[in-house]
Design a protein. Sequence first.
Length: 277
Amino acid sequence: MANGSRQAAWEFFGSELKRRREEAGLTQSALGIRVFVSGGYIGQFEQAIRKPQLDVAQRIDEVLQTGGFFERMCRKLIDDQRYADYFAAVVELEALATRICEFAPTLIPGLLQTAEYARAVTIAANPFVTDEYVEEKVTARLERSRILKDAARPEYWVVVHENVLYIPVGGPAVMAAQLDHVARLMRERHVLVMVLPYEAGAHAAMVGSLKLMAFEDAPPTAYTETSFSGTLLDEPVVVKRAQRAYDLIRGAAMSPEASLALITSAAEDYRRCASTT
């Protein structure tokens, strides 16, 4: 489903939710209480600012007695095979965010990956799939990165662990090109990248990656991910804890200037290595 038609479908979801809620004689707050979200969230669903997670759609069906209508529609809209089920909603939110803050402990973040790097990552995790599968995943990842080229692109902060610079994903030539790409985006001020050095030792997000997203007219969200699953968090207390963890990581990171110098140096090392092989 194209992005425009998908958004139109979410807008229909919202208008239908409003119609059926009003027919049931419920305010946004009253429905929110019954499905365990705030009334403000119900308003955002109705305006298609935020998309409900599947369990919320199921509870809405129960309360409004709609025979599974909202669950079925939600399943259809989030059924994008290019992304894991737990990540599809994150892709939608990235496109709406005004600020994204990300911590990546082992890989260059998806929004910054080159095609060759993304291809190497995909094949490493899926060694028996077809070329078509790999290219579909790579294309989807590159499509996500287009938000960084938009005039209204989000403010994008990234902290990468020093590990990320020295894991030779795809080999020296791929890594040289990937780090050059990150450095170029930094110089063009499309992203602010900082490196968390080995010497920082233990840090506040030892068990996985972390992404924080802020929006113009909606509460912030956090997303955490490990190797085989991810969790989108919007409970204000939990998001606040995630923000604190990110602040601690960012406070322990190298300055942007020092980080750029290290990234550039690592790229040059890979380039020399590639030229001798």
